[in-house]
Design a protein around this ligand. Structure first.
Ligand SMILES: Nc1ncnc2c1ncn2[C@@H]1O[C@H](COP(=O)(O)OP(=O)(O)OP(=O)(O)O)[C@@H](O)[C@H]1O
Length: 654
C-alpha cells in the first residue's frame, strides 16, 4: 500500500484476520478480503495508514454502531489499530454499482435503476432516522450483497458521514449562508452543496441519489461526468458551472417523467425538511408496475436482479389443434382390415366443434374451447404475459417517454458471466471526491488532527458491542446458495392484470393533457365543472395522488379561463358579486402552512350559499394551486379533494 508516495508493506495478518485478495482501494486506503482462522469467518478489512491526512476510518467507526441492524447496512465485526494501520472489519459484500455499471458499457436498465432508487431511498431514510447524513452518495458506495443478499443494496463508506441531529436534543444542525468548502463527490453532489457551498442536509443525500439514477439511465452518464475527473481548479470550476446550468428537463430528456419530478422535488426541499421517502418509493414502484416489472404474483419487488431480467417477447401462439382433422384421422384408421368408420353425423356431439357458418353459437363455443385449451400449463404464454430471463444487459436501457411501448431488445442468455466473476471487486475511480476538510459530528475528531501513532505491532481491537448476535456474517453463506445466473421465468400471471391496474403514469399524463386542452377551449362553466369532475376521477383512480406538472397545467388553464374575461364568456353572476372581496385568503392567519391553507380554501368554497363569480372561483383556485405547489409532497390530500369537489359544484351551479 502506498502512503505519501512511499510503499508500505501490508502484513499478512491484521488483528485476528488473515488478509487475502485486494478488493478495492480508494482515496484513503485499501480493502482486502480476509478470513478469521479461529472461526472461518470471511469478511472485508478496510485499511488506512494511521497518519493519513483524512482519517476516514476513524469517522466510520463512529457511525457503524448507530447503523447496526438496518437492512443494507454492513455489520462492523471489529475495528482497531495494528501497527501503522487503522482497520475496520466489515461484512464482505459483492460488487459495487460502479463495477456493474462499467461492466455494462455505462448504462443500466430501467428495472435495475428503479430497484436501486427504491432501495437507496430506504437506506437513506434509515440513516436519516438515526440522525446521520451519508454525504457521499455515489455508485462506488452502493454495493450488492452476496448469496441470499445478492438482491440487496448495501451502503458503504461512511467516511464523509455526519450527525445532523444532536444525539441528545435531536435538534437539526443550523443552516448557514456562508460559503463553505465542498465536501462530497464531483459527480453526484447536489447543486446546493457543490456549486453554492451550502451546508449539506437530508435533501442533498436525496438529490445525489436523483442524479445517480439519471446518470445510470443516460448513455455515457451525466454531461459533466464525461470529461473525467477534474485535475485543475479551472476544470473543477467548469464542471460546477455545467452542473449549475443543467436544467432537470434537459438532464432527463427521454427518461420517464418521474426522474425529472424527483430531481425537482429534491431541489425544492427546504434545508431541514424531512423528505417524503415513502412517496417516491411508491412513484418508482408505480412506474415499475406500469412496465410489468413484477413478480409471479403481480407484485412490484424492490429486489435487485443482476444480471438484469429483461422481458422476452412472448412466443407466437401455437395454432389450436384441429380436432375435426384429428377425429377424421381417427375415423379413418383401419384397425385390422375392418371397413373405415362412418363419418359422424352432423348433429352428433362431436360435430359441435366443427366449423359451422350457419350456427353462430357453435362458433362461440369453438372459440371458448380453444381458449380454454390454451390455458393449459404447457401452452406458451399469451401476449399480455411477460417472460423474463437473465440476459447480458447491454441493450436493456430504459425506453423514453416517446417509445416506451416498444419491445426491449433481447440478447442471448448464453453469454451471461458467472456471478462470481463480478464479486472479485476491483479498484473504482467513480465519483471522485474532495479531501475532507471539516468535522462530522459533535464527537468526531478534527480532520486536521492526526491519529495517535501506535508502536508497530501493538494493536487495539474493539469488538463491536452492538453487533447483532442473531445475524450470520454475510460471507459464511455456502457457495451453493450464491445466486447463479440460471434462466428464470417470471410471468405477470393474470392476463387481466393490466385492466385491474390503476391508471398508470403515462396514461395519467395523457388524460391531464387532454383535460388541459379542453379547459382552454371551454366556453361555459358547466363544461369546466365537468372537466374538474374528470380531473378528480383521474387523480382518485391512481394510487399516487401526486400532482404532476400536467396536473398543474390543467389547474393553470382552468384558472386563466376563469379570471381572464378575454378568453372566457363572462358569466352574469360575476357582476352580482363583484363587490365581494377577491382576496381568497381573507380571514386566514398570516403564517398558515400549506395544509392549513388548503383546509381553509376547502371550507371557503363549500360555505358560499350564493353562486360565486368566476373571478372569485379563479382566485380560490389560484390560491389552491399555490398552496399545493408549496407542499413538499405535492400530494392531493382529503382536504384537497374536498376543495376540488367544491370547485366542481361551484362551476356547475353558476
Ligand atoms: N465490504 C466490502 N466488501 C467488498 N468490497 C468492498 C467492501 N467495501 C468496499 N469494497 C470495495 O472497495 C471499494 C472502495 O471502498 P470504500 O469506498 O469503502 O473505500 P474508500 O477508501 O473510502 O474509497 P473512496 O475514496 O472511493 O471513498 C468499493 O467501491 C468496493 O468496490
Amino acid at each position: 500500500m502506498y502512503f505519501e508516495g512511499e510503499y508500505i508493506a501490508v502484513p499478512q495478518r491484521i488483528g485476528n484476520w488473515l488478509l487475502q485478495d485486494k478488493l478495492g482501494s480508494g482515496f484513503s486506503g485499501a480493502i482486502y478480503k480476509a478470513v478469521n482462522p479461529y472461526n472461518g469467518q470471511v469478511a472485508a478489512v478496510k485499511l488506512q495508514h494511521v497518519d493519513h491526512e483524512c482519517p476516514t476510518n476513524q469517522y466510520e467507526r463512529l457511525f457503524y454502531p448507530a447503523l447496526q441492524g438496518g437492512i443494507g447496512m454492513p455489520t462492523m465485526w471489529a475495528s482497531g489499530v495494528h501497527g501503522v494501520f487503522d482497520y475496520l472489519v466489515i461484512d464482505l459484500l459483492g460488487p459495487s454499482l460502479d463495477n456493474l455499471y462499467r461492466q455494462n458499457n455505462k448504462i443500466m436498465d430501467l428495472r435495475s435503476v428503479l430497484s436501486i432508487g427504491m432501495q437507496v431511498l430506504s437506506r437513506l431514510e434509515f440513516m436519516h432516522t438515526r440522525g446521520i447524513l451519508h454525504r457521499d452518495i455515489q455508485l462506488g458506495n452502493c454495493v450488492i450483497g452476496l448469496g441470499p443478499y445478492a438482491g440487496t443494496i448495501f451502503m458503504i463508506d461512511f467516511g464523509f458521514s455526519k450527525f445532523y441531529l444532536d444525539r441528545y436534543t435531536r435538534k437539526h444542525i443550523p443552516d448557514s449562508r456562508k460559503k463553505r468548502d465542498f465536501i462530497g463527490n464531483y459527480w453526484f453532489s447536489s447543486v446546493n452543496v457543490h456549486c453554492r457551498g451550502r451546508v449539506p442536509s437530508r435533501r442533498d443525500d436525496l438529490e445525489a441519489l436523483a442524479l445517480m439514477l439519471i446518470h445510470m439511465l443516460t448513455p455515457n452518464g451525466l454531461p459533466w461526468t464525461r470529461n473525467g475527473v477534474p485535475k485543475y481548479s479551472y476544470q473543477g470550476d467548469k464542471l460546477i458551472s455545467e452542473k449549475l446550468r443543467a436544467r432537470p428537463e434537459d438532464l432527463c430528456h427521454g427518461l420517464p417523467d418521474v426522474f425529472e419530478d424527483f430531481l425537482r422535488y429534491c431541489r425544492r426541499l427546504k434545508f431541514a425538511e424531512c423528505p417524503d421517502y415513502e412517496h417516491w418509493r411508491s412513484e418508482f414502484a408505480e412506474l415499475a408496475s406500469e412496465h410489468g416489472f413484477v413478480d409471479q404474483v403481480g407484485r412490484v419487488t424492490e429486489q435487485f436482479f443482476w444480471p438484469p431480467i429483461v422481458p422476452v417477447p412472448a412466443q407466437p401462439k401455437q395454432p389450436a389443434v384441429d380436432m375435426n382433422a384429428v377425429l377424421r384421422d381417427i375415423a379413418n384408421i383401419n384397425l385390422g382390415g375392418h371397413a373405415p368408420m362412418p363419418q359422424p353425423h352432423q348433429n352428433a356431439p362431436v360435430n359441435e366443434i366443427e366449423d359451422d357458418d350457419e350456427d353462430e353459437d357453435d362458433e362461440d363455443d369453438d372459440e371458448e374451447e380453444s381458449e380454454s385449451e390454451s390455458d393449459g400449463e404447457d401452452e406458451v404464454s399469451s401476449e399480455d404475459e411477460h417472460e423474463y430471463r437473465f440476459v447480458p444487459v447491454a441493450d436493456t436501457r430504459t425506453k423514453s417517454r416517446e417509445d416506451r411501448s416498444a419491445p426491449t431488445k433481447k440478447t442471448s442468455a448464453a453469454s451471461v458471466p458467472p456471478f462470481a466473476t463480478l464479486s472479485d471487486g476491483s479498484t473504482t475511480d467513480s465519483g471522485p471526491r474532495t479531501p475532507v476538510d471539516e468535522g462530522r459530528g459533535s464527537s468526531a475528531p478534527s480532520l486536521k488532527k492526526k491519529a495517535p501513532s501506535v508502536a508497530s505491532g501493538s494493536q487495539v481491537n474493539v469488538e463491536n458491542p452492538s453487533m447483532p448476535s442473531q445475524r450470520a456474517p454475510l460471507a459464511t453463506i455456502p457457495p451453493s446458495k450464491v445466486a447463479q445466473p440460471e434462466v428464470i421465468v417470471i410471468s405477470s400471471g393474470d392476463e387481466n392484470d393490466s385492466s385491474k391496474r390503476q391508471v398508470g403514469r403515462t396514461q395519467k399524463a395523457a388524460v391531464m393533457r387532454r383535460l388541459t386542452t379542453s379547459a382552454s377551449k371551454a366556453v361555459d362553466n358547466k363544461e369546466l365543472g365537468r372537466l374538474v369532475g374528470e380531473f378528480i376521477q383521474v387523480l382518485r383512480s391512481n394510487s399516487s395522488k401526486f400532482m404532476t406538472k400536467e396536473g398543474f397545467a390543467f389547474l393553470d388553464a382552468l384558472e386563466s379561463q376563469l379570471v381572464d374575461p378575454d378568453v372566457f364568456v363572462v358569466d352574469s353572476k360575476q357582476k352580482v358579486h363583484a363587490t365581494r372581496s377577491a382576496d381568497p385568503l381573507q380571514g386566514m392567519r398570516k403564517q398558515a402552512s400549506h395544509t392549513e391553507t388548503i383546509k381553509f380554501l376547502r371550507q371557503r368554497i363549500a360555505s358560499s350559499n350564493q353562486p360565486l363569480g368566476n373571478e372569485q372561483i379563479g382566485a380560490l383556485l389560484g390560491a389552491f394551486s399555490k398552496a399545493l405547489r408549496k407542499g413538499a409532497a405535492r400530494t392531493v390530500t382529503t382536504d384537497g379533494f374536498a376543495f376540488l369537489v367544491g370547485l366542481e359544484a361551484s362551476l356547475q351551479r353558476t
